[in-house]
Design a protein around this ligand. Sequence first.
Ligand code: PHE
Length: 346
Amino acid sequence: MREQLASIISEATAAAPAIVTRPDFEAFKARLSGPNGSLTSAMKLMASVPKEEKPAAGRLLNEAKAAIEKLLETTLARVEHAEAAARLGPPEDPTLPPPDDQEGLAHPLTKVREEIASVFHKLGFTVAEGPEIESEWFCFDALNTPATHPARDMQDTFFLPAQTRCAGTSKHGSEAYVLRSHTSSVQIRTMLARKPPIRIIAPGRCFRRDTVDATHSANFHQVEGLWVDKGVTLRDLKSVLDFFVREMFGNSAEIRLRPSFFPFTEPSFEMDLRSPDLGRLSNRWLEVMGCGLVNPKVFENVGYDPGEWTGLAFGMGVERIAMLLHGIDDIRHFYANDLRFLRQFA
Ligand code: PHE
């Protein structure tokens, strides 16, 4: 009887994986524990077992019954699972967001960029764009930045390998490509593509060979501004920036323009900002952007008559504005994708 039970169990265990459908399972179960099943006939042998061997034989039989029951149970679970899967049809599109997923939210830099854009929108500025990989002419030469200018140094700007030099136009000769070091190149692209008057902002990504620390990143964002019209003066520059700063930082914020130098503006300034509501930076003059009146040489480079057209331009770092607005002390928070940081801007 011992051998008979062992072979019933091993045959059933071998056959079980092939059982897939409910009728298969019912037939399998009947072969084992039905009225004419193999386990049932083994149980009938008990009658002929001598009395003194009955307890041992009974134990064997119970063990075999338990093993078969367990096997039937797991086989049935598998069959039912397959049936359920068949009823549900093919799996869902795995690229769809799961229904219980949390709603996404805009990155703080995106939000601040949009806030900046909406302030300038009120003054009639629209959004212009340019490429992140830029030729040297758009990034520097057209902006009156000579080949000897330190910004064009290999140490400061990412130059693309020499084999990617572009043929350029006959006007510009063969040029290197760079990852744009500022959004001022969009000034040039816009002036070449349109006729004045122009009033644009150009938000975008910029690249510099900066060693990353709490306030520097090799990859950052700027918003450029350009206004070209007849009779644009320093007074317009000051009022545009004053309006911007009050809209962004509140009415108690003040600005000051400090003389500076950029090859593409003349005169040039650094704009500082001061506000009593900036936490530990309250009431201190903080450098926020470069600005000035468009240098007539730039107008010449894009074929505008400097006797007819005047303009103002400015460029600010989005990270810098976002850090001041939200009291963020380390620029690296923006790029770490730590949800504990990002969720604070929901
Ligand atoms: N492009 C300058 C920079 O990146 C900023 C600037 C823009 C200055 C426009 C003047 C006018 O520092």
